[in-house]
Design a protein around this ligand. Sequence first.
Ligand SMILES: Nc1nc2c(ncn2[C@@H]2O[C@H](COP(=O)(O)OP(=O)(O)OP(=O)(O)O)[C@@H](O)[C@H]2O)c(=O)[nH]1
Ligand SMILES: [Mg+2]
Length: 382
Amino acid sequence: MSTVNVMAREIAAKVVFYGPGLSGKTTTLKKIYDSVKPAHRGELMSLPTEADRTLFFDFLPVKVERVGEYSVRLALYTVPGQVFYNATRKLVLQGADGVVFVADSQEAAEDSNRESMVNLEENLAEQGIRIEKFPLVIQYNKRDLPGATPVDRLRTLLNARGVPEFETCATSGQGVLDTLKAVMRLVIRDLRQKRVVPPVRGAEEQTPDLEGQLRQHLPASERAAQVPPPPGRGAAAAPPMATPARGVAALKTGPGLPQATAPRPPAVDEPPKRVMGAAAALAPGALIDQARVADSAFAAGDYDACVRTCQEAVRRALAYAGARNDAGSQGLLLRVDGPDLLRLELLSTHSHHRIDDAAFALYVLMQTFIRLTAAGLPPQAD
Ligand SMILES: Nc1nc2c(ncn2[C@@H]2O[C@H](COP(=O)(O)OP(=O)(O)OP(=O)(O)O)[C@@H](O)[C@H]2O)c(=O)[nH]1
Ligand SMILES: [Mg+2]
């Protein structure tokens, strides 16, 4: 579902974290959220059940300013790993440009790892994608647990194709940014091979300082509290991250940070930071307020209002593809998935929406925003 806006020199790509239940997908996304500078990411949207299992998806937008001549917006999603959520997994996987497979290193998870990899292969195949040709990276997670299955064994079980692999501990953050960078590189290389993104002039693509761009600096006291990386291949991975202090002021005043700009005025002068929900983070300016209403309704548990607002916002967003066209043509022009639009409209036929109805509505709204941005709509003046 990658989209490239050549004029704005911007690539938007979708990366999905896949894997068996409880392997650490949501924890990985949370850790990316904590590790990446606030300027480079939006808010994390998580849709868990009471038992903290992912019900629909988690979502985090991340932006990298310079990758060659382009900036890259990544829409990171997790799927629910529990076996019976396969319909949701298929939906979230739709249009993915790359996948991070999060394997659970515990011995007891051997079968579920393998089954989940087969399930990924099948679900990709349904979309006409051969896994061998697809940007895929494997995270061997929970390396910190005693008795973790040796990596050689996991490799034999899951990585016969020899895709890039990383040892991670999502709870400490070790290795998660390396995995993210690796999948991003594979996605961009794939887009260049497919000529979706023009090939670079000159021999090799310049590797940007992704680390410097993305990583959130932590105060020294927090750095000292980090767990040392385990020996082996993971030693080359990113150092583990402790949970950083939230907010721009805390970030900029951490000790030992380079002062690139003049000292900031005291926090009291700063306007209160409005929290960006998942839809608002992707919304064009003219639709941001409506997106916020949808985000807030979801957060407040008002799923009827969330569905209604998403339906209205999707209609308004589609109208940018020609107000005189009908919704079907608008969807086609923007390449928004037709069955998803139909299903969203059909939600009007019942009242008392459930959390997964609202999550689906938000998902379609977010996809529509991504497609709009790719088409360079609405025009700048809007
Ligand atoms: N020790 C250890 N525990 C981890 C690690 N990563 C995740 N966990 C724990 O594993 C449990 C499940 O993690 P989640 O991130 O919710 O798993 P998930 O893959 O999103 O699970 P589903 O949403 O059900 O598919 C939580 O208790 C996490 O704290 C890790 O690297 N090491
Ligand atoms: Mg989860």
